[in-house]
Design a protein. Structure first.
Length: 498
């Protein structure tokens, strides 16, 4: 049987190696039938001479084809296409597949039933405007780099194999103890370390709770503030839970609207309502706790940015007022240090701990050890409180720059949430365009101004008191000079368009 000359195309400018090109050309011809079973291939020497490539390149391509059962070598006879080919359904590089006999599909299972929406928190850096008022971002220069570098090196030097072992799914004991001490000192909560579960930020904690409380979709129902944080609204909706929106006003969630609601959970941000910035009054806090006790419901307290209070004394957390075990407290280091750490935590009543530990182990088997160990030292050594004092002063200056700029360039509007946190909600004065139009104008001069849809906010129902005329101003990622320049640019552009 004589060998044959093959039509093989080799491109020396192709980013693929010559060996890979030859392998793929021969494989494709075999699968398409151009090289039928039993057909003899040129010898390695003959193929190298035909294509003008090194013989070793051909040898390696042939060896790969043989290893995958496309070709076989017969002693003293030559190299042949195999009589029995491997799975001919392999996709070819040119997009063709070999013909297969029609087979009836057996539907043994159901298609995925998940439905949901993703909150808008992540943005590609190259698409960010020069002066960006997006919410929830610490200033990049505020990260405690020197402490982190030093402490990471220390823990790696003395790890002694801990980094290769599974850890407690609920979190590093040292970090949970440090968080318990911090909450006792700053938030009026006195949990045991065993009540704290380390999560991947607030979102990880919300997923943990949804798995515990919302598994039975026929009975699952959640009350949420309206408007509220997208990540919570979308998460609860993805579990198929019935959502009961509860309006907010200048005193926070209107507790009286919970009358008659017999749901599993109510989600609130009492220290600094997101996005309005209002603080839940003491009267309403007590009413909410009483409602939870009377109905057997649980309150999820998302305390996402309470580390930053500028006017008045620190407020006791809702969980610090709870005497009946109906508040689940959520905290995070995303706002005080950086979202890239992905370290948050949940403080649960003891009677929920067994279920929570199981769910946590099923979900992710624990957070990364090194980040937890460094964070534990940051808390225990007092460095975290020093860090907070330093950046609190910086953020208060940024807040003041926003207030001054709004009053100077755009008087007549309302800024809510000035007392604390990392953002304010700006209700626009009547002489300015709508929130969406202000967003477009800002883009044209390098300023990121965000209406609800772009600021991780969800509002249920028709546009209410806020959506059409409100912007959410996250100011902590900008310097005071940048803030003043941003508002001056928007004012100049509006003047030019007038």
């Amino acid at each position: 049987m004589m060998s044959m000359n093959l039509i093989i195309t080799i491109d020396r400018n192709d980013e693929r190696s010559l060996q890979v090109q030859l392998y793929e050309e021969l494989r494709d011809q075999i699968l398409k039938g151009s090289l039928p079973a039993g057909k003899r291939l040129p010898s390695t020497r003959g193929m190298s001479e035909q294509l003008g490539i090194a013989r070793n390149t051909v040898v390696l391509a042939y060896e790969r084809l043989a290893a995958e059962d496309y070709i076989t070598s017969r002693a003293k006879a030559g190299i042949f296409v195999n009589d029995r080919l491997p799975d001919a359904t392999v996709l070819l590089r040119n997009g063709h597949v070999t013909a297969q006999p029609v087979r009836k599909r057996l539907r043994l299972g159901k298609n995925p039933s998940f439905t949901g929406r993703s909150p808008h928190l992540w943005h590609e850096k190259r698409s960010r405007p020069q002066f960006d008022f997006f919410v929830g971002r610490p200033h990049p220069d505020s990260f405690p780099t020197s402490f982190w570098q030093r402490t990471v090196a220390k823990h790696l030097a003395y790890a002694h194999g801990v980094q290769t072992e599974y850890g407690d799914p609920t979190g590093l004991q040292a970090l949970r103890e440090a968080i318990a001490g911090h909450l006792n000192e700053t938030r009026g909560i006195s949990p045991g370390a065993d009540q704290i579960i380390i999560t991947s930020g607030i979102q990880g904690a919300l997923n943990l709770l949804a798995r515990i409380f919302l598994a039975d979709t026929s009975k699952a129902s959640v009350a949420v503030e309206n408007p509220c944080y997208q990540g919570a609204a979308y998460l609860f909706g993805s579990y198929g839970a019935s959502i009961r929106p509860i309006d907010v006003d200048e005193q926070g969630i209107i507790v009286s609207q919970l009358e008659g609601f017999m749901g599993n959970l109510v989600y609130v941000t009492p220290s600094h309502q997101f996005p309005t910035g209002c603080t839940l009054s003491l009267d309403r806090r007590l009413l909410l706790l009483d409602w939870a006790y009377q109905t057997g419901s649980y309150i999820i307290e998302d305390d996402y940015d309470s580390d930053f209070r500028y006017d008045g004394p620190p407020l006791t957390a809702l969980a610090g007022l709870d005497r009946n075990g109906h508040v689940i407290y959520l905290g995070t280091f995303s706002k005080s240090i950086g979202a890239g750490l992905r370290i948050g935590y949940a403080v649960l009543p003891r009677h929920l701990l067994d279920q929570a530990r199981i769910v946590k182990a099923l979900t992710d088997n624990g957070a990364p050890w090194l980040e937890q160990a460094v964070m534990a030292d940051f808390l225990k050594e007092g460095a975290f409180l020093r860090h907070l004092r330093r950046i609190r002063r910086s953020y208060m200056g940024a807040r003041d720059a926003v207030i001054e700029s709004v009053e100077r360039y755009f008087p007549g509007g309302v800024l809510l949430g000035q007392e604390c946190g990392m953002h304010m909600m700006w209700t626009l004065p009547p002489n300015l365009p709508s929130a969406s139009e202000m967003h477009s104008l800002g883009k044209n001069c390098g300023v990121g101004l965000y209406p609800f849809s772009g600021a991780a906010v969800h509002e249920y129902g028709k546009p209410g008191r806020f959506r059409e005329r409100s912007l959410v101003l996250g100011y902590t990622g900008l310097s005071q000079d940048n803030i003043r320049e941003a508002f001056a640019r928007v004012a100049d552009l509006l003047a030019c368009n007038a």
